[in-house]
Design a protein around this ligand. Structure first.
Ligand code: SF4
Length: 468
């Protein structure tokens, strides 16, 4: 609409007036039509759910007994014939299944099923039981989790395993006991209790919310706590008392494979006969099943900036561009709380906005003094180059990193001073960096550095390095 306006204003006065009038008339017609559509939508939603969009969820009518029975039976029949062959569904004992459900559900909160299968198989191979996991180190767990994101969840898996083993090693079976385990919330507790221990309790994830919102044409904000509460109540009315685990998996699987966000396949849906959204959309072309649940506008990401310096220590300057060069990289551990807590990264300094190169280098130089790295006194700069920028997107942050490579030769020391190492920072041999469980952002930075190094001309062509 704004573009149209601009085009019209480019014409002469007469044409502008004419265009303005006709635009106004068109706009009025469009607006009237849109208003009419909105009214129809509101009316249809109101009559179908008994709610207006702003209504509170406590007014949502329950699933009747007959309706619940029909949904259960249709969904379980469909699940029996269509369930996916997933590795965490192949366990035999309740305890093994509880562990498998726990690990897989936490992983599934991170990414898609296809990716989780790979991670799950590797995880179970390394730690086949809860007891095995309880003996793992956080480093190992982070390494196994690398690439999945939200490392806090991996840490909770480890803490949870240790907690259960300390309590005697028996996997809790009830919702209340499961909720006491670090990192297990309502969703995971419901999944473990129903799938592993056949307790008739519901599970509500994004897929379940979408299916229920469509089945009942619920227009309220799905993120609102009142709505969430109502969804748990409705899911509890649906859950099959005889096959709760299968039913919950069926409902989630329906949302993941049939009643999808952008492309619901209503023609093949086993509960289409019970679906209000489908029925409303058939009677009113202005309504789509995709109108449910209401789309929530995501909060804008915070913009952050940092200067990242990959510090490489080489023992012999002459060997720098040789593959066999025995170099080490400085890695620093992040604080135990906050973003990427306790994970290793290249030295980095947060910046206030987009600052210039000199300011960035000054900030980094100051920071590196805490590692006993000071040009002229403890080390010589062999190479210092800007490598580029990289933007990493977290769920709530957009982090722009300015990457540089800093190659140093330590003065008067044959090798890196290992006595200086502590829990907060360490030097890692170049040949070991690839096998470390680095986060995807850190790995991306490392890859950029490697690519950049491939472009460095032979030593004789190198320019005099900048000072540290
Ligand atoms: S009929 Fe369509 S909208 Fe309704 S539950 Fe099935 S797939 Fe979802």
């Amino acid at each position: 609409m704004d573009d149209d306006k601009e085009d019209t204003m480019m014409g002469g006065t007469g044409s502008r007036r004419r265009s303005s009038r006709s635009r106004k008339a068109k706009k009025t017609t469009d607006e009237e039509e849109e208003d009419e559509k909105k009214k129809r939508r509101r009316a249809s939603k109101k009559t179908s759910s008994g709610l207006s969009t702003s209504s509170v969820m406590i007014d949502i009518e329950d699933f009747g007994k007959e309706q619940s029975f029909e949904i259960r039976s249709s969904l379980l029949d469909w699940y029996d014939n269509n369930q996916r062959d997933l590795p965490w569904r192949k366990t035999t004992t309740c305890s093994d299944r509880a562990y498998a459900v726990w690990v897989s559900e936490i992983m599934l909160q991170q990414t898609r099923v296809d990716t989780v299968i790979r991670y799950f198989i590797r995880w179970i191979h390394k730690w086949p039981t809860l007891v095995h996991l309880s003996h793992a180190s956080l480093e190992e767990v982070n390494q196994m989790w690398a690439g999945l994101g939200y490392y806090r969840r991996a840490r909770f898996l480890l803490e949870g395993a240790k907690f259960i083993v300390q309590q005697g090693g028996h996997f809790p079976t009830t919702l209340s006991e499961l909720r006491k385990v670090p990192g297990i919330g309502d969703y995971t507790a419901g999944a473990i209790a129903s799938i592993a221990f056949q307790q008739a309790v519901p599970v509500v994830d994004g897929n379940v919310v979408r299916v229920i919102a469509r089945l009942k044409t619920i227009s309220a904000n799905p993120k609102d706590s009142t709505t969430v509460k109502a969804m748990w109540k409705l899911a509890g009315q649906l859950v099959d008392p005889d096959r709760p685990g299968d039913f919950n998996q069926a409902l989630m699987e329906l949302g993941a494979t049939v009643c999808t966000l952008h492309n619901p396949s209503c023609s093949t849906c086993p509960v289409s006969g019970q679906c209000r959204a489908l029925s409303v959309s058939i009677n009113d072309r202005s309504v789509s099943v995709k109108d449910y649940p209401t789309k929530v506008v995501k909060a804008k990401k915070r913009h952050e900036f940092s200067a990242v310096t990959v510090v490489e220590i080489i023992e012999d300057e002459a060997l720098m561009d040789q593959p066999q060069c025995n170099s080490r990289f400085l890695l620093v551990k992040r604080p135990d709380k906050g973003l990427l807590a306790g994970l290793w990264e290249f030295p980095s300094v947060p910046l206030i906005g987009e600052v210039d190169l000199v300011t960035r280098k000054d900030a980094i130089d100051q920071y590196l003094k805490s590692f006993d790295l000071e040009s002229g006194s403890t080390c010589e700069v062999v190479l210092r180059k800007d490598v580029g920028e990289y933007v990493h997107i977290f769920s709530h942050i957009r982090l722009k990193m300015y990457i540089e490579l800093l190659v140093l030769h330590l003065k008067g020391r044959k090798c890196v001073n290992l006595e200086k190492e502590n829990m907060e920072w360490k030097y890692v041999n170049s040949k070991d960096v690839g096998s470390l469980g680095l986060t995807s952002g850190v790995r991306k930075v490392y890859d950029m550095i490697q690519k950049f190094k491939d472009t460095i001309p032979p030593k004789s062509d190198k320019k005099v390095p900048e000072k540290l």
